[in-house]
Design a protein around this ligand. Structure first.
Ligand code: CP
Ligand code: NVA
Length: 321
């Protein structure tokens, strides 16, 4: 399938990007296709003012480099502007309700992006906001990252259907979103997690149901070698996510067999790529020879956050483009 020439089955009609589970395959492909086109146009120096005069409020309760910069620069490049709102500096951090924050921001801005802990807070924000709400990461999911990951996989491999992505390590927010997007798009996903650190059963069951429809497979194992065998892409993430720092030392003991090092990576296909959402910890979840090696696509993947975020912004806030 040529995603540059993707013909939507239906007009894009989502109001928010809260969870990818609520998106159809067609809607996800529309975002990735537009991301690819916007990237090409941007590289060719063609201006795009789809969001002229529009504003995005960005609420952050956790640190960020890629998410903050991609949304802020993306808004600027599309003719609009973004406001960085640290949750601890706005009244939300002093107890103003999410509902009131949503109602008030909706009268002043055209969209809200939020990075926080609880998924239910994003759900509530979307419930009360009159403008689009975009999930910039919760403890549960990281949909914007998964979109950039799949865009990168497509660019690197020239297709998606039938590819195998192997995910090593923590069954966290990144893992959950990869399960959803891969299973919806026909990418086989094999996940190797330590016992007790797997994604929730509900996530796996839902992904298996999506995979049955797209003709792909979802495999969960405790054996990293089995998961990596024959993979087109090997993916890992930090062993302790934001908010779990106190567990770092305990987790290291369980996670070390899941480290993506040269030996484990060599079990994937000879032309396999390495992916990581970043930031990474060298010599923890990945060794330097892999993340800094020739098969690593992590910087392209990070760059694609910008292009795919612009696609999300155009589709949700710009009426397409
Ligand atoms: N991958 C990602 O979301 O990076 P940041 O935490 O830097 O935004
Ligand atoms: N799982 C990581 C992803 C960071 C982009 C975290 O939540 O900290």
């Amino acid at each position: 399938m040529d995603l540059f020439d993707y013909k939507p089955e239906k007009p894009f009609s989502q109001k928010h990007l809260v969870w990818l589970k609520d998106y159809t395959q067609d809607e996800i492909l529309q975002i990735i296709s537009l991301g690819l086109k916007l990237k090409k146009e941007f590289k060719e120096g063609k201006p795009n003012r789809t969001l002229e005069g529009k504003t995005l409020a960005m609420v952050f309760s956790k640190s960020s480099t890629r998410t903050r910069v991609s949304f802020e620069v993306g808004m600027y490049q599309l003719g609009g502007m973004a406001l960085f709102l640290s949750a601890s500096d706005i009244q939300l951090g002093r107890g103003e309700t999410i509902a009131d924050t949503a109602r008030v921001l909706s009268r002043m801005v055209d969209g809200i992006m939020i990075r926080t802990f609880k998924q239910s807070d994003v759900d509530e924000l979307a419930e009360y906001a009159a403008v689009p709400v975009i999930n910039g990461l919760t403890d549960l999911v990281h949909p914007c990252q998964a979109l950039a990951d799949i865009m990168t996989l497509y660019e690197q491999k020239g297709g998606l259907q039938g590819l195998k992505l192997a995910y090593m390590g923590d069954g966290n927010n990144v893992a959950n979103s990869l399960l959803t997007i891969c299973s919806k798009l026909g990418v086989n996903i094999s996940m190797a997690c330590p016992k007790g650190y797997e994604p929730d059963d509900g996530m796996i069951d839902r992904a298996k149901a999506f995979a049955a429809r797209s003709g792909s497979s979802v495999i969960l194992t405790h054996e990293p070698e089995a998961a990596v065998q024959g993979a087109d892409a090997v993916y890992t993430d930090v062993w302790a996510s934001m908010g779990e720092e106190s567990e770092t030392e305990v987790r290291k003991r369980f996670f070390i067999p899941y480290q993506v090092n040269g030996a484990l990576f060599s079990l994937a296909k000879p032309d396999a790529i390495f992916l990581h959402c970043l930031p990474c910890h060298r010599d923890e979840e990945v060794t330097a020879d892999v993340v800094d090696g020739p098969a690593s696509a992590v910087i392209d993947e990070a760059e694609n956050r910008l292009h795919v975020q612009k696609a999300v912004l155009c589709l949700l806030m710009g009426g397409g483009r």
